[in-house]
Design a protein around this ligand. Structure first.
Ligand code: SF4
Length: 227
């Protein structure tokens, strides 16, 4: 499979935020979100066998733990990724899969925790979520909306209610988007949507969503890669 990088950091998002995690970042994406901070994954990378990926994960976290398969869009390499997910589960890892939900998710092993990023209008990739994927969601999964405006918030709020996401998954996450040229200050000044404003909207509408901040962008310089 084509890999951009494998590294250890703290999980920055989801209900696992703050935990040490090995990230396996696959190369390639078929979307072009306006605020994407992973454009360096679109091309390049290097080929690795599944055994080589497993060896590297084991070297980085010999005692097990959390592994996230991410990208780019990892499900573009479904034929290689599904056996890798199975192999990681067999070795006892807790496995997260971060995906846009634009590719079919039916072959993902149910024990994998899917973090499905439903694209909102300001991303420029709204309407790319494959609605059939709702049927693949399990109570261990999480659905994330990255928000840049009031219109994005209303889309996420209405989608959450319309599709009863709280009845399907472990967590619904609303996260302010970061400016992709963010650098320097490690604070919310780089958010496209003020977290305080988002919190007030969530409370006013009583939406059962968890406000998420990208923890790694408050710990390290937002421009730093590999964290
Ligand atoms: S799906 Fe992810 S990697 Fe692809 S363009 Fe959007 S944010 Fe970037």
């Amino acid at each position: 499979m084509q890999i951009t990088e494998i590294y250890t950091s703290l999980q920055g998002e989801s209900t696992h935020a703050g935990l040490p995690c090995v990230f396996v970042r696959l190369t390639g994406c078929n979307l072009r979100c306006t605020w994407c901070d992973s454009e360096y994954t679109f091309t390049g990378g290097h080929k690795m066998t599944m055994e080589a990926v497993l060896d590297e994960v084991s070297r980085l976290t010999p005692d097990g733990g959390l592994v996230e398969i991410t990208g780019g869009e990892p499900m573009l390499q479904e034929r290689e990724v599904v056996p890798l997910l199975d192999a990681l589960l067999q070795r006892g890892y807790t496995v997260l899969l971060e995906t846009s939900g634009e590719r079919p998710l039916g072959k993902v092993p149910p024990a994998v925790i899917k973090i499905v990023d439903v694209k909102c209008p300001d991303s420029g990739e709204g309407d790319t979520f494959r609605l059939e994927n709702l049927e693949t969601l399990t109570p261990r999964d999480e659905v994330k909306f990255v928000l840049g405006s009031r219109a994005d918030y209303e889309f996420a709020r209405d989608f959450t209610r319309q599709h009863n996401l709280n009845g399907r998954v472990n967590a619904v996450l609303f996260s302010p988007a970061f400016r992709k040229d963010a650098t320097g200050a490690r604070d919310s000044s780089h958010c496209l949507l003020d977290p305080q404003q988002l919190a007030e909207w969530i409370l006013a509408d009583n939406v059962a969503a968890r406000l998420g901040l990208q923890l790694h962008k408050f710990i390290w310089d937002p421009a730093v890669k590999g964290v």
